[in-house]
Each structure stands twice: as C-alpha cells, then as structure tokens.
Ligand binder design. Sequence first.
Ligand SMILES: [Zn+2]
Length: 87
Amino acid sequence: MDIKAATKFLNSIPITEVGRHLGLKLPEHGGVRCPFPDHRDSNPSFSIYRKQNRWICYGCGRQGGSIDLVKEVLGTSFIEAVRHQRP
Ligand SMILES: [Zn+2]
C-alpha cells in the first residue's frame, strides 16, 4: 500500500477506534477533555464529529482527522503517523 492509499484508509478509521489504539478513551461523538499531553484541559473542549470523522479542540485550537490524532498524541510528523498505523 502506498502512502496515498494508506492515508485514505487510515483517515477512514473512526476517531474513537484510533483513540483506543493510542490508549485514549474517547466518546463516539461529542465533547471530552482534550487528550493531548501538552494541553491541560479543565473543560471538555475536545469535540468529536462522528459523521465527518473529524475532531477539534476549542481549547488549544488543533483539529484534524484520524492521522492527525496519531500525529498530535505521539508528537510525530504526518508521514511518521501514517507509517505508524500502516496496515
Ligand atoms: Zn486541546
């Protein structure tokens, strides 16, 4: 699988499932405290949009899809994040 196909595949994995893989407990949909280690969130600023399979943190301003979640949690580059989960 090339990077482009891997990217498409990985971004189709539900955010919640990716979170589980990373050891995070994320809801299927809705708000939760930001899971990123460098954001100490006292409110549930982190929202998950199941339909779009996207997330956004209104506290630290970061947003993205499944790969971006891996990228932010592990602190890796986009390519590394793709490789990390590459099937
Ligand atoms: Zn945040």
